[in-house]
Design a binder for this molecule. Structure first.
Ligand code: AHG
Ligand code: MN
Ligand code: MN
Length: 314
């Protein structure tokens, strides 16, 4: 019987191919997966203990903060600080970055709980992370990401990540308590028949976008609409099944909703590494020079053919 490949085995193997690897990235990923396991076990108990519902606060972006947002945020902050590996960390739930005195070499951006309004109804949520080498300015372009990934708390818990050498998926084996390699080097289909956008806002969309959506409904190719409202889950499906996910700008939200540093850049790196395409307006969001940590940008990403077709309309 061959030993299953754990996430730690896999990262160590990847690291051995790079002479300059110090092992510190493996350690950092270990801390992140440990935090993910703790959040996963907490979410499983969500209906049983007093962890559901709103905390009564709103965050810097004006969203209502759920108790599980706070729990996950605090847990990841403490875990990363304790690791001694981070120079700075920034979270969707924090007004300002936190700088560590331990002298670590990485900067980590994270969305501790994505799709958190889904938690009360037992639907998928996730954690998104984006890792950079430290620099004098905490804000760096997405193309400088060293690694990016997410953990999806679904019917099974999965950790998906890339270091720029393909996208790999690991599934948590609850009996072993380990993330085991389940999909190596996954590639997104070049085209797909699922589109994912909050079409209820159509009245606020541009004419080009509405023309595009109509073309999907009235064209020869049969499309399906799927929209979970948790980016992690919508992107997870898009990676595996293909199609397109769009969170556009609209008349009331000139930059859309999703945040460049916590959501758009890490998901763009994953989609690109899986052979897909990501665009913010007409260009690659990972080339945007960020101006502030909570900056929002519109985004469309997924199968290359689908995104190219979308770009013809906008
Ligand atoms: P978060 O829970 O981290 O604030 O993110 C929610 C985001 C994202 O996950 C999802 O794609 C989007 O909000 C859905 O927004 P709408 O409800 O406006 O469609
Ligand atoms: Mn989010
Ligand atoms: Mn969030």
């Amino acid at each position: 019987m061959k030993k299953p490949t754990t996430l730690t085995d896999f990262i160590l193997q990847e690291g051995r191919r790079h002479k300059e690897a110090t092992g510190r990235f493996t350690l950092l990923m270990n801390y992140i997966q440990e935090a993910g396991k703790i959040i996963a076990s907490h979410i499983k108990k969500a209906g049983l203990t007093d962890i559901l519902g709103k905390s009564g606060r709103t965050n810097i972006s004006g969203d209502e903060v759920q108790k599980l947002d706070e729990f996950s945020n605090q847990l990841i902050i403490n875990t990363l600080l304790e690791s001694g590996l981070v120079h700075a960390l920034a979270s969707e739930e924090l007004e300002e970055p936190i700088y560590s005195k331990a002298g670590g070499e990485y900067t980590v951006f994270f969305d501790p709980l994505d799709g958190s309004s889904n938690i009360d109804i037992n639907i998928n949520v996730g954690t998104i992370f984006s890792i950079y080498h430290k620099s004098s300015n905490v804000l760096q372009e997405g193309k400088k990401q060293v690694a990016a990934g997410y953990i999806i708390y679904g019917s099974s818990v999965m950790l998906v990540y890339t270091t720029g050498q393909g996208v790999h998926m690991f599934t948590l084996d609850p009996s072993m308590g380990s993330f085991l390699l389940s999909h190596r080097d996954i590639k997104i289909p070049d085209s797909g028949n699922i589109y994912s956008i909050n079409e209820a806002y159509a009245k606020l969309y541009s004419k080009g976008l509405n023309d595009y959506l109509r073309s999907l409904k009235e064209g020869e190719k049969k499309y399906k609409l799927r929209y979970i409202g948790a980016m992690v889950a919508d992107i997870h499906r898009t990676l595996l099944k293909g199609g397109i996910f769009i969170y556009p700008e609209d008349k009331k939200h000139p930059n859309g909703k999703l945040r460049l540093m916590y959501e758009v850049n890490p998901m763009s790196m994953l989609i690109e590494q899986a052979g897909g395409l990501s665009r913010s307006r007409k260009s690659n969001p990972m080339l945007i020079v960020p101006k502030e940590i909570h900056q929002r940008v519109p985004v469309a990403l997924g199968s290359t053919e689908e995104v190219k077709n979308y770009l013809k309309f906008i």
